[in-house]
Every structure is written in C-alpha cells, then in structure tokens.
Design a protein around this ligand. Structure first.
Ligand SMILES: Nc1ncnc2c1ncn2[C@@H]1O[C@H](COP(=O)(O)OP(=O)(O)OP(=O)(O)O)[C@@H](O)[C@H]1O
Ligand SMILES: C[C@@](O)(CCO)CC(=O)[O-]
Ligand SMILES: [Mg+2]
Length: 413
C-alpha cells in the first residue's frame, strides 16, 4: 500500500502546491482503492511491553485518520472533524544495555516498509547535541539550532535521492529519541499499514507511536508488562496527553505549522471535532461508511500548508471568508454526525446533508488551491454513481473520501 512517488517536482522544499505532479495525466485504472472504513469504533494508541533476553522491548501503535471536514482551515483557527481509521503505524524500541558492545553503543532505526536502516553512534550524538539527560515530563520544542544539528546528523546517512522526503521524519526521530531517552543505545523498528504522504496522517501515526513507545521505555508513562503475545494495552488519559504533546513536537518538525488535529485524533482515536487546540469527542451512533481512494500522487503536507498560508497573506479578506465558511461546515457536520437516526428516511436525510457538506467543503478546498487533477478524476468518477467525494488531509494528490450511503446495496470490505 505504499504510496508511489511519481512527480518529478517531488521536492520537500518546493512550496508551490500546484507543482506536485501537475503535469501528469491520470486514468481511472491507476487509482487505488485502499479500504472502506467504519469510522466510529477505532481503538486509540496502544502499547505492549515485554522483557526480551535481559533487556526491554516496547511496541506502540497508533492509527491513521481521515478528515471529514476542515483541513487547512483548521490551521487558521476553523473547526475540523476527523476520525481515526483502522490502519496503523507500529513503532518498536528495543533498549540495549549501555556499554553492551564495550563502547557507548549505537541508536539504530529500521524503516521496514522503505527497506532502509540508519545508525548513529551514541558518542557521535552526544558530541553533536551536547549533554541531554532524557526527559520524563512535558517536551521543550526543538529549537532552530537543534533542527540544524539534526539535519547535519543526517548528512552521514545514505538516504537515496528518491526517498529524500524521509529526512524530516528522521529528524523527528532523532529529536524525540534523544530528548526522551538521552544517549541510551537502542534499536527501533517502524512498520506501517498507511501509505506515506497520502493524507491519511502517516506523519502523525509515526510521531504518536514513536512517542508512546519511547515514553514507555523511559518509564515516563505506565503500562504493565504484557502477559500474552499480541496483546495491546491502552494508555491512561494523562499518559495519552503526554504522548500527544511529544507527538505534536515531532509533527512540527515534519509539517512546519501543524494544527495538532492529526496527532490528537491518532492519540485519542474515535471521531473528534478540533478547533484551536480544543478537542471534542463526537458520538456517532449510526456508522458512517467511507471509501478511501489513493490517487498515488505524492505530495507533501508542509508545502501544501505553506501554500495556503501564502494565499491567505495575498488575499486576507477573501481567504478569511473561505475559512469562516469551512468553520460553519465543520460545525454543522459535527452536529449531524451526532444525530441518532432511527428510520430509513431519517438516515437518508442525514447522509444527504453530510454529502452536501462534503461537496461544499471540497469546493472551498479548491478555492484554497489544494485540489489536483487526480483528485478531480476521483470526483468525476464517483459522481457517475451519484456519490460525493472530497479530498482528505492536505490534498495536492493523496487520498480522496467517498461517502457510501446505506442505500447503496453493495458491500465494500
Ligand atoms: N512509517 C514511516 N516511516 C518513516 N517516516 C514516516 C513514516 N510515516 C510518515 N513518515 C514521515 O512523514 C512524512 C509524510 O508526512 P506528511 O504529513 O507529508 O503526509 P501524511 O501525514 O501522510 O498526510 P497528511 O498530513 O495530509 O495526513 C514522510 O515524508 C516521513 O518523513
Ligand atoms: C492540512 C492539515 O489541515 C491536515 C493534514 O492532515 C494540516 C494540519 O491541520 O496540521
Ligand atoms: Mg502529516
């Protein structure tokens, strides 16, 4: 399910949202149907801790997400609605006893899905970053100087040009690892069900699972030692709050200016309304079925978010109206989602309203300049079946949501 990066302008430093794959043409057959997701009952971040040959291994997993309404506008203070989906990123950390190899040891990272491994001698990290003790409490943000040091630490690593977009994730790893665990040697392994950079919150799931595992390994959050293989334990509410704060710092390194919605929904799961950092849990009693289509057009959230901010500074009044309209859509959508509909007529009317709001939101995302010809192809294709779609996440390619009303008689697994 990995996203195939196809755009010749797939450069994380390119801040123009239009240049992401703009000159390619897309055929319906090239779209990948990812999954139909029931979005009301998904578990939150969970972890598993077990002794392993004299040392400790901790695994944490965190879900991806879809945004039903409000992406981009949420960065500018509007409300947005998001739901966790049942595709996960898992981060495992195996702490090695210090000095096991007679020296200070190494910090290793194995990105299984990309087939890449990285390694830093602990002595080298200490030299570059100075004394850090590892921290159990709330995070201190990564300073510009520290960020520059992380970038330098990547220079010695062999990152293939075609996967250079992983650099920000690697910087986030180095920052979270050294801030939480100091220079303890360890081996981390990351696997994910999520396509990377496709709007399903891969960066947030990466940061949340990483924060969960590292904080557990540091003893800063408490889960017990797992009894049976394959058992996941839920974190307590206060622990989730701490995991979320650290994950947000990681997201800042990857995204530049995240609203916090992606890490929050990945941490706490379920369906949420999010506005200016405030999270409200939404109780959806009738399931909402969405089809997720991956256009397989690579894009980068940091560049798209920066592009919208630039447009907002060029046209402040017009864009303020757009953000205001999106806020109203998200508010209305969140109250409709919570309505309990008993009979068929009520369910149909609820779904019709949801569809209309999604359609309006898509129009406003086009106004923000974050749609893409591949997204428009999905919109046209689903419209042939009278189904409504909208982009989800940062847009510019990536994934598209299609609302599947209960009147549709086929089942999408
Ligand atoms: N499993 C992973 N392994 C390593 N790095 C990852 C992984 N998942 C995400 N990342 C990091 O996150 C970046 C992708 O994040 P980005 O925010 O651009 O997309 P997304 O989170 O999938 O989509 P959106 O933010 O729109 O929901 C990658 O370039 C990489 O740096
Ligand atoms: C585009 C955006 O609104 C959602 C990305 O999933 C960015 C953010 O809120 O951080
Ligand atoms: Mg992201």
């Amino acid at each position: 399910m990995l996203c195939r990066r196809r755009s010749p302008s797939d450069n994380p430093e390119d801040l123009s949202p239009h240049r992401w794959g703009a000159d390619l043409t897309y055929k319906e057959e090239e779209l990948q149907l990812l999954s139909g997701s029931l979005i009301s009952s998904v578990t939150t971040t969970t972890a598993d801790k077990r002794p392993d040959r004299g040392s400790m291994e901790v695994r944490a997993r965190a879900p991806g997400k879809i945004i039903l309404a409000g992406e981009h506008a949420v960065v500018h203070g509007s409300a947005a609605v998001a739901a966790a989906i049942d595709l996960y990123t898992t981060f495992s950390i195996h702490l090695l006893p210090a000095g096991d190899d007679g020296g200070a040891g190494t910090v290793e990272l194995d990105l299984r899905d990309s087939g890449l491994t990285f390694s830093w001698p602990c002595s080298h990290l200490r030299e570059a970053l100075g004394e850090v003790s590892g921290k159990a409490g709330p995070p201190t943000p990564c300073s510009p100087d520290e960020l520059a040091t992380m970038a330098k630490l990547l220079q010695g690593q062999e990152i293939p040009e075609a996967k250079i977009w992983l650099s920000t994730g690697l910087s986030a790893f180095l920052f979270l690892y050294t801030s939480i665990l100091g220079y303890r040697p360890g081996k981390a392994v990351v696997t994910s069900d999520l396509p990377i950079g496709a709007g399903l919150g891969s960066s947030a799931a990466f940061c949340v699972s990483m924060s969960g595992a590292l904080l557990t390994a540091a003893g800063a959050v408490g889960i017990g030692v797992g009894s049976a293989a394959g058992e996941w334990e839920l974190f307590g509410k206060d622990d989730l709050e701490l995991v979320n704060l650290w994950a947000f710092q990681g997201e800042k390194i990857i995204h530049g200016k995240p609203s916090g919605i992606d890490n929050s929904v990945s941490t706490f799961g379920s369906m949420i309304k999010f506005k200016k950092g405030e999270l409200t849990n939404l109780k959806s009693r009738n399931p909402v079925k969405m089809l997720i289509t991956d256009t397989r057009v690579g894009r980068n959230t940091k560049a798209l978010v920066a592009g919208v901010s630039e447009r907002a500074s060029r046209h402040p009044d017009a864009m303020a109206s757009v953000f205001h309209a999106v806020n109203s859509i998200s508010e209305e959508l969140s109250s409709i989602v919570e309505l309990t509909a008993e009979d068929e007529v009520a369910i149909t009317s609820k779904e019709d309203k949801l569809a209309e709001l999604m359609e309006m939101n898509q129009g406003l995302l086009q106004c923000m300049g974050v749609s893409h010809s591949s997204i428009e192809t999905v919109l046209r294709t689903t419209l042939k079946y009278s189904l409504v779609s909208k982009l989800t996440g940062a847009g510019g390619g990536g994934c598209v949501l299609t609302l599947i009303p209960t009147r549709i008689l086929f089942y999408i697994p």
